[in-house]
Design a protein around this ligand. Sequence first.
Ligand code: PMP
Length: 439
Amino acid sequence: MDHHWLPFTPNRSFQKDPRVFVAADGVHFTTHDGKQVLDGISSLWCVAAGHNRKPINEAIKKQLDTLDYATAFNASNDQAFKAAEMIANMAPGDLNKVLFCNSGSEAADTSLKVALAYHRARGEGHRNVFIGRERGYHGVGFGGMSVGGIPANRKVYGSALLPRVDHMRFIHDPVNHAYINGVEEVWQEDLLLELENRILPLHDPSNIAAVIVEPIAGSAGWYLPPKGYLKRLREICDKHGILLIFDEVITGFGRLGCNFGADFYGVVPDMLNFAKCVTNGVFPLGGVICSDRIYDSMMQANAGAPEHAIEFFHGYTYSGHPVACAAAIATLNLFKEENLFERAGQMGKVLGDAMHSGLKGLPNVVGIRALGLAGAVELSSIPGAPGKRAFDIFMHCFHHGVLVRPAAENIVICPPYIVENANIERIVEVVADAIRKHA
Ligand code: PMP
């Protein structure tokens, strides 16, 4: 207990009431004191196929005994090629080239660096402004943190963030969007006018390298874009030669009942960032799927360079790690064999209905948003103690055997795709009790 500094956790209160898992199977954990806890959040939006899946575990063990690791630079390994092919084949449009890394944070920074390098390769090195969105989350690297917009994640770092970054307005309209079940609401006003009228003129669109957004704002608390928002964003980016990056670390690999948020919304970005579910969360792996256009431009820019010239100066020791890629291959096969994305879509309807019927009208509930196999219940904040109500509810749920996620004033529920009706009922029942208790 004395040496492990927990990330994104109030460590002082944790010390008084430790929560330690020692085993997991299916949708349940076992704690250090022998209790069962229902995993209502796929651990952190990752364990889509449930815990302790034998085909994934076996693939990892086999890979360790075959090729444990191989250099990522100037050579590679067979698993990386195979995993990249599977991922590219799942991605829409001309998203075909996979740059591997180890996490969503690294994917964010990688995608921003690709954007800079791509524009430079085409003689547009002046394009070095990035546009993120208020309350966006793109991990904790300096790039991702800078384009991210969750105030708490930025404030202790002061001005030590990337310069030349701006943020679009947040997508949430608490009046029109308070209670959403399954479909987006029609937005009353064009949210993107602010991008066109303030942000683009301020920076001059010809200086902007990329816009990065999560199709659905996950870490902020599952806030959905209004109808047509992403399509309009795509049009604006195209008009000005700006790259569009979708951060699909949460929406990727089935959460919305299809491969990616890009498919769900019918909008193809220039880069698509992934992590989490690609290995069912059991081994770190992330990546950026780049368009052919980006890759080809980078290669062409080096056409006259010597054979040994590197086209993109970026990569990690563990890019395309063979064990991670073996885990990804087994995971993606398992998703397919068990039709798990389709199941996520079906169980999403069960979750949305259960949340709306079980939580609407409870004390302090000001919104419920459900889409795909995820939903958030939003609570009014306690004056002077932002986030306290959600944290107290999280603690109550944990002590009653259900793991949920507090996100600002929201409680988020995003169970594994193998979740059963009875599990969903239990999760919602415990959350409802907790909301009443902490009224
Ligand atoms: N982007 C998004 C959209 C995320 O939700 C997350 C993690 N929740 C990240 C990036 C960062 O991923 P990681 O924690 O693997 O670095």
